[in-house]
Design a protein around this ligand. Structure first.
Ligand SMILES: [Zn+2]
Length: 180
């Protein structure tokens, strides 16, 4: 009596089919999960790349671009400490490494010689002082700081200016720093 009846055989086949269907349904669900997972991963990765690009080049905004094919500007800088003109030496920034901001003579002419894309940040007066290795900000020029001995005065083209080291230099500027 091992033979299955027709009814039993039919039931068995039906059950097997159901099992197969269940399995494929399950793997279909897994596939869908993977698909959603992949989309989420790609989306997050995309956001990450975007954030990286933005953080890497925050200055590269159109309004911050001064030139797209370099520049050669000559602002002039004079520094007076208690009425005495201070020497700004020749060849600042022209050592082993040639800086895009440098001097050629001791006349106070700052050379800004950039190639390619130039942004506002590149022409900051602070960059010159950093290359020179001297201190300048709203509080101090060299070792002379605001106090009872004197006070910093900063002007551009004869007009008082409160940007100090953050001033963005322009061609032909007459920049004056006074401590008195
Ligand atoms: Zn020059």
């Amino acid at each position: 009596m091992n033979e299955l009846s027709k009814k039993e055989q039919y039931d068995l086949e039906k059950r097997q089919k159901l099992d197969i269907r269940k399995q494929t349904k399950k793997s279909g669900k897994t596939r869908q999960f993977l698909k959603i997972g992949l989309i989420v991963v790609l989306f997050v990765a995309g956001l990450g790349v975007l954030a990286f690009l933005v953080s890497k080049n925050p200055a590269d905004k159109t309004e911050d671009i001064i030139s797209r094919n370099g520049l050669h500007w000559h602002p002039e800088l004079s520094i007076y400490i208690k009425g005495q003109k201070q020497e700004i030496p020749a060849d600042i920034g022209l050592g082993f490494r040639e800086e895009p901001i440098h001097t050629h003579d001791a006349m106070g002419v700052i050379h800004l010689e950039f190639s390619g894309l130039v942004v506002r940040e590149d022409a900051k007066l602070a960059n010159f002082f950093q290359i020179w290795g001297k201190q300048f900000n709203s509080n101090c020029i060299f070792k002379f700081c605001n106090g009872s001995e004197g006070k910093i005065k900063f002007s551009v083209n004869g007009k008082e200016n409160n940007e100090f080291e953050n001033y963005i230099m322009r061609d032909g500027d007459k920049i004056e720093i006074k401590y008195e």
